[in-house]
Design a protein around this ligand. Structure first.
Ligand SMILES: Nc1ncnc2c1ncn2[C@@H]1O[C@H](COP(=O)(O)OP(=O)(O)OP(=O)(O)O)[C@@H](O)[C@H]1O
Ligand SMILES: [Mg+2]
Length: 362
């Protein structure tokens, strides 16, 4: 090994290391135990030196560990991670166990073969990992609950609109007919006003039905995903006059209710976005489901968006983020491909029957 004359002696470096370093001989007796090892294992060096390495290992791992070290001593390899990815366990003098990572290296001298073990106490890292996992799970549960509440609320509003306002409008039409029958036959101006009112009620009825269907299309529940998407598409075409080619192949098995609602909401948001942002003249929708998998693409030939500008907008908008969130909850993926003046392509792929907590009442 090359080194400059001004480098400090190696033992000083080992002494001041912040991670435990332990050297053992061929009999697995500890011959060197640095201060960091004293702090982690709670043994003084003079207690540890001369003892077997196994005092630092929980009893249940001792046999396998001894074999492991022994095998290593005979392989001649100079550096090797121990534990094969899974954390190893250390044992402090007070009986406490802790997770650690270790690597091991071998030195052959005239006095024999020595193994040095470089350790890292990963208790804190594992604690943080667990806390992170727990808070991610918590967030997923929260999103689930939110989606559930939103869908329920939409269903509720749709029903209220239909049942409550719908009833009132029907009653109003009947009242109007009665009023009309009591009108003198020769009063044309009054009859015309009644006709106007009837037309207005009809228009209000149509808007009400449209709003209720947008909130929660009954056909999604009654006729299934393909019919519901065809309905969305024909509404889109008649509202905005944009040429739309929809290829829908659901196959024999209807995807699960959450998947169907999610795909429906994705198409709904994608079409709304096209109407709002794209200035497109052509839209192509492809949806295909097998028994296990659904994939959906909505592509337009509109103005598109620069990826950097889209990345800036996404955290502030609800539409595409909402899609991402819904699809992620069902273990699916969302892919957006767009460039300025090159259209917008939204791809969603997800399992057809994900085994997940229900966020929508069956
Ligand atoms: N088809 C599209 N063509 C061009 N730009 C699009 C298209 N779809 C989305 N965008 C861009 O992506 C941005 C984010 O879309 P997103 O649906 O998340 O939000 P939004 O439509 O602006 O608001 P909302 O929260 O009401 O949906 C849009 O503001 C728009 O700039
Ligand atoms: Mg949007």
């Amino acid at each position: 090994m090359k080194r400059l004359a001004s480098v400090p002696p190696l033992l000083d470096i080992i002494h001041s290391a912040t991670e435990p370093i332990i050297t053992i001989d061929e009999q697995q007796l500890i011959v060197m135990f640095n201060p960091a090892a004293e702090r982690v294992f709670l043994y003084r060096a003079d207690q540890a030196i001369g003892s077997r390495l196994e005092i630092l290992i929980p009893a249940r791992f001792r046999a396998i560990h001894a074999q492991h070290v022994d095998r290593f001593a005979h392989t001649g390899l100079s550096d090797r991670k121990m534990g094969l990815g899974a954390p190893l366990w250390g044992l402090r003098a007070n009986g406490e166990e802790f997770p650690m990572e270790a690597s091991i290296s071998q030195t052959r001298t005239d006095a024999g073969v020595f193994l040095s073990i470089f350790l890292r106490d990963i208790t804190e890292r594992q604690r943080i990992d667990q806390a992170l996992r727990a808070s991610r799970d918590e967030l997923t549960r929260l999103s689930n609950a939110l989606l559930h509440v939103r869908e329920q609320e939409k269903k509720h509003i749709a029903r209220e609109l239909h049942d409550d306002l719908g009833q009132s409008l029907t009653a109003l039409t009947m009242e109007l007919s009665q009023l009309e029958s009591g009108l003198p036959p020769d009063n044309a101006p009054l009859r015309e006003r009644v006709d106007d009112m009837r037309r207005l009620i009809k228009i209000t009825f149509a808007s009400l039905r449209r709003i209720a269907s947008d909130l929660r299309p009954v056909m999604l529940d009654d006729l299934g995903l393909a019919a519901a998407i065809e309905w969305l598409v024909s509404n889109f075409v008649s509202r905005y006059g944009i040429d739309t080619d929809a290829r829908i192949d659901i196959g024999p098995a209807e995807p699960s209710k959450q998947v169907a609602t999610t795909l429906f909401r994705v198409v709904q948001e994608a079409l709304t976005n096209i109407a709002k942002h794209a200035q497109a003249t052509e839209v192509r929708i492809e949806l295909s489901c097998t028994a296990t998998h659904c994939s959906l693409t909505v592509q337009d030939n509109g103005v598109g968006d620069a990826p950097a500008s889209l990345a800036r907008k996404l955290p502030l908008s609800l539409g595409l983020q909402g899609i991402r969130e819904r699809v992620r909850l069902l273990n699916g993926d969302v892919n957006i491909t767009t460039r300025k003046k090159e259209g917008f392509r939204l791809e969603v792929s997800l399992p057809a029957q994900p085994a997940l907590p229900l966020w929508e009442a069956p």
